[in-house]
Design a protein around this ligand. Structure first.
Ligand SMILES: *[C@@H]1O[C@H](CO)[C@@H](O)[C@H](O)[C@H]1NC(C)=O
Ligand SMILES: *[C@@H]1O[C@H](CO)[C@@H](O)[C@H](O)[C@H]1NC(C)=O
Length: 725
């Protein structure tokens, strides 16, 4: 207190002393009681953190002792009453000391003691209980409640109350209660006893001035940010900022969501809890981790997935690898991976494959068991659609030191992710108000959420509590349900970028080279796998493209796997045209300059190819043929040509019916075939050494009269498009 002179300050000083004296006359500091048997529980830790945040000292009753209060999802909790009674014995005659009682696992403090005290004193009561909209556990008691005006919460809730010790004592000794009987019923009976109520001036907090129960009020309560950048709880209906909040009954998950922000968890746009309890840097790589990979359905880009696992940044001798592959199609790749991993320094490598006939749920549980057998510290689950592009993901997850933590992984450009922000009444996906902000990384943090899947790190201490089995429920859903029912928090982090999700929806393993068909569903991965590494440099302004003949430009476009895939797809299809002028694939049925070829639309790649032209060819065209724009490029003739000595070895001079043409070499001159190449007659210029995966781009219809030169040995493949005919 500043001792400056002035009326205001003096008055303030007086008030301070007055309040202070009053609390002195009430002996020591306030007593806040709670009950918790398991001190390691996430909810209890959150409760304590909030108490600390507001400088509240809490006495926890029953800590480390077995819970005797029955199943709290039904009636029960008399144990809490009896514990409090025992604890209050020394204060039973204390008429000045104010005490408070709250539940713990589903309660969060939101105010300091002076704030709480001021609100309490405004009630002009000796005891104030929280109120709620439901008359529970005995709805018949409704009629016994005193009348109250207005649309307010009418009924007593015993999860939070405060008052003078002597008065609370009178309530506690007013009747006997067994440990397994219902505490709320006990306090309700006390309140409905008119004599007891009047003598002890018991009131209910009808408008959540102090206490907010969330059950039945979810639409009225929200998190707001005040001028200081601090998040507060607001009851819009009553215009109040409650001091304690209780996620009673089914509203626990809402409390978990609010808990991501309130009580100093999130301030000034920063996740504060994310900065707490970090494992020190020098310990982060000291843990034994079982990495469990699950390939439960056909997944595109699995090779890249496995490569990223092998490249993940963590001491290999501390990693046990476990793989469950249920897909026969993937077995060759997975076997190669297992063999490779077996030659690395991993602590152990174990694979289960489709022949073992193990269900997903069982496989996941086997991984848990193996983790326990191997005395792991952590289980790290990674499903085959999760690409961990950030190779430090594991180390970072360990650093955050949560019981269960998922890195948030989303589909690129989509809103699909590996967590849910909220749960529908039936236990399925529901969108929380913050879901989009999280998925779009507008806010970053570590979020307590009701469902995670696909990738998560779990501390070994709770492995015994996991289960993936529940009748009629997917393994993932069962997993999350079991955790929720045990009040084990699932956290999900988007503090950093960790990777992306593959979209397996259109993946069709009956196709040859099925990934080649995935441009629409998985563009990012398609590009990484198929587009030439040097392609992107061609787009830079300063890059001067190669021009082997006048107005014939030469660009890298596809990696080897691009060309190989295209050849494989065409050869597997096999219906090469016969090289005559009659061509039923064309509208007029006549081809003036026939080749032995297969059109892209014959192998289901027409739409993809047009997209390819738009995404990757158009930018090249605009760079070299200035002032010509056509979006999207059109092309009716997209085909792979096969030249071989005994079939069609060359093509006579001709014009293309196009504005411009691209011609991609799909295999290697001098190795896969001899001879070949193209000659532009008007310029007397030949290109005899086309490079695999590179394309020529040249004007079509008028200037670039050209011929395909004779192939003398082997087979030459080219891909041709006549663009904007
Ligand atoms: C990590 O979390 C546990 C609780 O799960 C806690 O006991 C421990 O102190 C934390 N470690 C650090 C370094 O904060
Ligand atoms: C074409 O070029 C070759 C050399 O590359 C030359 O020998 C020949 O005379 C040229 N023909 C014409 C018609 O210019």
């Amino acid at each position: 207190m500043k001792a400056t002179v002035g009326n205001f300050t003096l008055w303030y000083t007086f008030l301070y002393l007055f309040n202070h004296c009053e609390s002195i006359s009430g002996n020591e500091a306030p007593l806040i009681f709670t009950v918790a048997s398991d001190g390691a529980k996430d909810g209890y830790q959150r409760f304590l953190r909030s108490a600390e945040q507001y400088d509240l000292d809490v006495v926890t009753l029953g800590l480390g002792k077995p819970w005797k209060g029955g199943d709290m999802n039904f009636r029960g909790g008399g144990y809490k009453v009896n514990l409090l009674k025992e604890a209050l014995v020394p204060y039973k005659n204390d008429e000045n000391r104010i005490i408070m009682f709250t539940d713990s696992y589903d309660v969060i403090f939101l105010a300091t003691w002076p704030d709480i005290l001021e609100k309490f004193q405004n009630f002009k009561a000796k005891v104030v209980f929280a109120a709620e909209n439901f008359c529970w556990p005995d709805a018949e008691l409704k009629t016994k409640y005193p009348e109250v005006d207005g649309d307010v919460q009418k009924y007593l809730n015993s999860g939070m109350f405060m008052g003078y010790a002597a008065n609370i004592w009178k309530i506690l000794e007013s009747a006997k209660i067994k440990d397994t009987e219902d505490d709320q019923l006990f306090y309700t009976n006390a309140f409905l006893d008119m004599k007891l109520r009047d003598e002890n001036q018991i009131k209910l907090d009808h408008k959540s001035l102090l206490f907010q129960n969330l059950n039945g009020n979810i639409g009225d309560v929200s998190v707001t940010i005040n001028k200081e950048g601090e998040t507060k709880l607001l009851n819009k209906k009553y215009g109040t900022n409650p001091s304690v909040v209780h996620g009673n009954g089914p509203s626990k998950l809402i409390l978990n969501n609010f808990g991501n922000y309130i009580a100093g968890a999130y301030m000034d746009g920063e996740c504060i809890t994310c900065l707490e309890n970090h494992i020190p840097e020098n310990e982060r790589q000291s843990f034994n981790v079982l990495i469990a990979l699950f390939i439960e359905s056909p997944t595109p880009f699995l090779e890249e997935f496995l490569d990223k696992i092998l490249a993940h940044n963590y001491p290999k001798e501390k990693i046990h690898i476990f793989v469950h592959n249920r897909v026969e199609y993937h077995s060759e790749l997975v076997n190669k991976f297992l063999e490779h991993a077996g030659n690395e320094k991993y602590a152990s490598v174990k694979g289960l494959n489709f022949r073992d006939g193990i269900s997903e749920a069982t496989a996941r549980e086997l991984a848990v068991n193996r983790c326990l057998t191997k005395k792991c510290d952590y289980l790290f689950v990674v499903d085959s659609d999760v690409h961990l592009d950030n190779l430090d993901t594991l180390i970072e997850l360990i650093m955050f030191n949560r019981t269960i933590l998922a890195p948030i992984i989303t589909r690129i450009g989509g809103v699909w992710s590996n967590f849910w922000g909220a749960l529908s009444e039936k236990g399925f996906y529901a969108r929380s108000s913050d879901y989009m902000s999280i998925v779009n990384n507008e806010i970053r943090g570590i979020w307590n959420v009701p469902f995670i899947s696909s990738c998560y790190l779990i501390k070994a201490k709770i492995l015994n509590q996991l289960s993936y089995t529940k009748a009629d429920v997917d393994a993932d859903m069962a997993f999350a349900e079991h955790l929720r029912s045990q009040d084990i928090f699932m956290f999900a982090s988007n503090l950093n970028d960790y990777g992306h999700l593959i979209n397996p929806d259109t993946f069709d393993i009956k196709k040859t080279r099925p990934e080649f068909y995935e441009l629409f569903s998985n563009k990012f991965d398609w590009e990484k796998r198929f587009i030439h590494d040097e392609y992107w440099a061609q787009l830079l302004e300063e890059t001067v493209p190669k021009q082997p003949c006048t107005d014939v430009y030469w660009f890298p476009i596809g990696k080897d796997i691009f060309s190989d895939s295209m050849i494989d797809i065409m050869e597997a299809f096999g219906k090469w045209s016969d090289g005559t002028n009659s061509d039923t694939r064309l509208q007029g049925g006549y081809e003036a300059v026939p080749t032995r070829d297969i059109h892209m639309n014959q192998v289901g790649l027409e739409a993809l190819w047009l997209k390819f032209l738009q995404l990757y060819i158009k930018p090249l065209q605009e760079k070299v043929f200035l002032g010509y724009f056509h979006d999207p490029p059109r092309s009716l003739m997209n085909f792979v040509v096969r030249y071989r000595p005994d079939e069609q070895p060359f093509l006579r001079p001709h014009h293309d019916s196009s504005t411009y043409t691209i011609n991609i070499a799909l295999n290697r001159a001098g190795i896969d075939y001899e001879g070949g190449g193209v000659n532009f007659l008007r310029y007397n210029c030949s290109i005899l050494n086309p490079e695999k995966g590179w394309l020529f781009m040249h004007p079509g219809r008028l200037t670039h009269f050209h011929e395909g030169l004779r192939v003398t040995k082997g087979t030459r493949y080219i891909m041709v498009s006549f663009i904007d005919p």
